[in-house]
Design a protein around this ligand. Structure first.
Ligand code: BG6
Length: 511
């Protein structure tokens, strides 16, 4: 990695020494493994962040030999790899076993395999179980692992046995609590790594550094100086081939309960006492608990849901394969979130996310208040644009600051000047996928970027009343304030969603 010195002076890096791990991936024949997990592990290997003694065991129901599994991975990964020999070296550390997830023999075979791989190793490697399976299988796999003694740790907790889980963690408060109870029958919270891949994204990780490693932001990071905050996660894609999952989830569960609320908490939480996992997660919890419950009797002032209809060559959501013709699943949510604490009292956080919107863009925009009075008459304070700090999460990770400035020349002309910084201007093509960071942290036993059970429960506690209200209303009834609004695929969401910021005299940002 080459960093341009004119940007970075005085780098302080926390040195990382990888530790031996055996990573056992359940669901290894699936898409997530080939598309995300293996490329991320390979990149860690290239960067010398994968311990020499670490190994990967793929486990799935599909019967195949290790050689076939490696060949499949080679076929999928080689197009993005510069050095095929390096990929082969990496793949030599991968093996495969098959078996049914409900079959105890699978777990005893796994145990034999692990014992073989761990034999004579000192120190004994840690085990990181990664469940890249549908969430419905967690309830089968985790107890079976426990029954076989595979997740047992000795008293000191080392070598550790960690289990990494992908969302969804339940579909409402009750189911999340049930899942949690079940996981805790086998595992302690210290062993559970719940992934939110947004937390591995560069700009999302940078939020804490920006806020807590500089003095210039903290004095203005409050309701005295900030007018509103807008968090957008817009996607141009539809639901791809995920109708089975998406029909039951919808946008509020798929994006809001996790990625959006995690970003909100990083922007709005107080400074943790240390940069240690539980200290950070304590602050996130406090923040989510400070969000004002959505007033169900006036829900449409606070939250609008929508579903995309056909436009040009793009299908309507209801015409996607596997979607019911009368589906009322939302593919867009626009919301106003209020935080009841001293720092944020009165500052609206407008949040929107949708499928099949104009383009893919995720950003957090902090809009400051305008000056109370202008000495640059006749330019009045009202003529001036508010200062705005935008943290772009994707596609061009970076940040920009828009301020008022004098335009060069003899006349007094004021304009909005944008200072722009993009990560790829210094990193070139050297991109880091979010999974790299998250897998590395899981292998190092650092839970900071993983979600704790009480934070999940708090987010479901906030959103479950909304989901229940939506379920109780007829989504197609136009007289109902909660009805599902249509928007054309490729647009920026339902027109009615504009009323949310408009009500307070604001507008959604143009993207
Ligand atoms: C996933 C959602 O968590 O995030 C998907 O399940 C969504 O529906 C995806 O498309 C978006 O991730 P990214 O990194 O492409 O913004």
């Amino acid at each position: 990695m080459t960093l341009n010195d004119s940007y970075w002076q005085g780098n302080y890096c926390v040195e990382i020494s990888p530790v031996p791990n055996i990573i056992i991936i359940f669901g290894a024949s699936g898409d997530l493994t080939a598309r995300k997990l293996m490329p991320a592990l390979f990149n860690l290997y290239r960067r010398k962040l994968f311990h020499d003694k670490s190994r990967i065991v793929g486990c799935a129901r599909t019967a195949m030999k290790t050689e076939e599994f490696r060949n499949r991975l080679r076929d999928k990964m080689s197009k993005d790899v510069e050095d095929p020999a390096e990929l082969d070296e990496f793949l030599s550390k991968v093996c495969y076993m098959h078996g049914g997830y409900q079959d105890q023999a699978t777990y005893s075979n796994l145990q034999h395999l692990l014992e073989k791989l761990e034999k004579d190793q000192s120190p004994v490697p840690n085990r990181t179980f990664y469940l890249a399976t549908p969430a419905s299988l967690y309830e089968e796999i985790v107890p079976m692992l426990g029954r076989q003694g595979l997740t047992e740790e000795c008293y000191a907790g080392e070598p550790w046995r960690h289990v990494v889980l992908e969302k969804p963690f339940g579909h409402d408060l009750k189911s999340a609590e049930m899942l949690d109870m079940l996981l805790h029958e086998t595992l302690s919270e210290r062993q559970i790594y719940r992934i939110d891949h947004y937390l591995g994204k560069e700009t999302v990780q940078n939020i804490m550094m920006l806020r807590f490693a500089n003095v210039i932001f903290e004095p203005v990071w409050n309701n005295r100086y900030i007018d509103n905050v807008q968090i957008t996660v817009a996607e141009d894609i539809g639901i791809e081939n995920r109708a089975g999952y998406y029909e039951k989830a919808g946008l509020l569960r798929d994006m809001f309960q996790n990625h959006m609320l995690e970003m909100l908490s990083l922007v709005a939480m107080e400074m943790p006492s240390t940069f240690e996992a539980n200290a950070v997660r304590d602050e996130k919890l406090k923040l989510i608990n400070s969000i004002r419950p959505f007033p169900i009797d006036q829900l449409s002032k606070y939250m609008i849901r929508g579903q995309y209809t056909a436009s040009d060559d793009k299908k309507a959501y209801r015409d996607e394969d596997g979607v019911r013709a009368d589906s009322t699943t939302e593919t867009f949510v626009g919301a106003k979130v209020m935080i009841d604490n001293w720092r944020w009292h009165g500052v609206p956080f407008y949040m929107r996310s949708g499928k099949r919107l104009g383009r893919k863009v995720s950003e957090i925009a902090i809009q400051f208040k305008t000056v109370p009075y202008s000495i640059f008459q006749p330019i009045s304070a009202r003529d001036m644009q508010p200062d705005i700090l935008v943290l772009t999460v994707q596609p061009d990770e970076g940040m920009s600051l828009g301020i008022q400035a004098k335009q060069p020349g003899p006349k007094l002309c004021m304009g909005n000047l944008t200072m722009d910084f993009k990560y790829n201007s210094i990193l070139g093509n050297e991109s880091h996928d979010a999974y790299e960071r998250l897998l590395l942290d899981a292998m190092l036993g650092d839970q900071t970027l993983f979600i704790r059970s009480d934070v999940i429960a708090a987010s479901w506690r906030l959103l479950t009343p909304v989901l229940e209200a939506w379920d109780g209303f007829d989504a197609n009834n136009l007289d109902c304030p909660c009805h599902l609004r249509n928007y054309s695929a490729g647009s920026w969401g339902p027109k009615d969603a504009d009323s949310i910021p408009k009500h307070d005299g604001f507008k959604w940002r143009k993207l």
